[in-house]
Design a protein around this ligand. Structure first.
Ligand SMILES: [Zn+2]
Length: 354
């Protein structure tokens, strides 16, 4: 157990046996022996290993080995293997802490994920994807308005959402996997909100549409269509943009983006997919976006990033109800006790003005 975890942490840190050995003043064969389980480090060595690998010492002793099942990285991902390992490592750590909290304190507010009833077994046309997205919204009682927090919606319906920091690399495009049979979706914590939401809704598309799509419908495209339709549903598009347009103001796109959390480019696709604008008109707009560098960063206000606060809520709730103590809460939140004390304070802004 210790050996496997040591190896995982070393690979996540991108270190060779020799490099790790050098950092803590041991030979590469000594490290190899720990990893193979042929030798066990004493507590002082363990502490040095933990420091060199930037993990908590508890990390080496966690009982349950969590693995990602059926991992799907977004197709255009060209992430180097090392970076992917680092992200996977960060994710496994988040998942372990989450599972540990759930084992200590099980909030009854979430249910197991299941595809909703009423979705057709076979989807053969693009407009059926629109209907499918509306059915999911209907079953989840979301109406047709904008969804303020997509993370909360997914969590409430049994999809665990994790946000990783290891996303400085633009190439990481999110991933979906199963852990202990339950769906998990991962996005970058610092991405703009519209990118996070599109990725989350796209992965929801895979979960809802998987196995139902006719061969002529490409699954990636279908999930993109689902994502757009879920975030900005057909009736809302017609209500705001109308049914036929020869021109759309840039400001309209910007305002709709702020309201629905779908990128301006995504909104133009909605207008095209629903037959509101012509392909030629969308292409003209797309060219302008390329020329101005707006495909990377769109003009106008950015949509705020989503926040995954549920975990913090549950840790605080478990703490308030004495299910866990302060040190366990600090460990779960990856904070020192001092940081936890700071974190728990709600400042009285008015008092500060006196
Ligand atoms: Zn996909």
């Amino acid at each position: 157990m210790l050996g496997t975890r040591l190896q995982r942490a070393r690979k996540a840190a991108g270190l060779s046996l020799r490099a790790l050995g050098e950092r803590i003043g041991l030979s590469h064969t000594a490290i190899q022996k720990y990893e193979d389980g042929n030798n066990v480090p004493d507590s002082a060595t363990l502490l040095r290993l933990a420091r060199a690998l930037n993990v908590r010492t508890e990390y080496f002793f966690l009982q349950e080995e969590v693995t990602l099942e059926t991992v799907e990285y977004r197709k255009r991902s060209t992430l180097p293997k090392k970076r992917l390992q680092a992200i996977t490592h960060e994710l496994l750590d988040l998942i372990e802490r989450r599972l540990e909290l759930e084992s200590l304190f099980a909030p009854a507010c979430t249910r197991a994920f299941e595809p909703i009833e009423g979705l057709p077994d076979r989807i053969t046309r693009w407009d059926e994807i629109e209907t499918a997205a509306e059915s999911v919204r209907g079953a989840w009682q979301l109406g047709l308005d904008a969804i303020p927090s997509l993370v909360d919606v997914l969590e409430a319906w049994g999809i665990r959402v994790f946000m990783v920091d290891g996303d400085a690399d633009q190439k990481f495009d999110g991933l979906a996997a199963h852990v202990q049979g339950k769906p998990v979706v991962v996005v970058g914590r610092h991405w703009p909100g519209d990118r996070q939401r599109f990725t989350l809704a796209h992965e929801l598309g895979h979960l809802m549409l998987g196995g139902r799509l006719a061969e002529e419908l490409d699954e990636e495209r279908a999930c993109n269509r689902f994502a757009g339709a879920f975030l900005f549903p057909r009736p809302a598009v017609f209500f705001t943009l109308g049914t036929h347009r020869t021109s759309i103001e840039m400001k309209e796109l910007s305002l709709l983006k702020s309201e629905f959390g779908l990128s301006m480019a995504g909104i133009l696709y909605r207008a095209l997919d629903l037959g509101i604008i012509s392909e030629a008109y969308r292409t003209r707009y797309a060219r302008l976006f390329s020329m101005k560098g707006w495909r990377r960063v769109e003009p106008g206000p950015a949509y705020p990033s989503e926040e995954a606060q549920l975990f913090q809520h549950w840790v605080l709730r478990a703490l308030a109800e004495d299910c866990i103590g302060e040190s366990k809460a600090a460990e779960l939140l990856s904070m020192s006790l001092l940081q936890l004390k700071e974190f728990r304070i709600v400042k009285d802004e008015h008092a500060a003005l006196d």
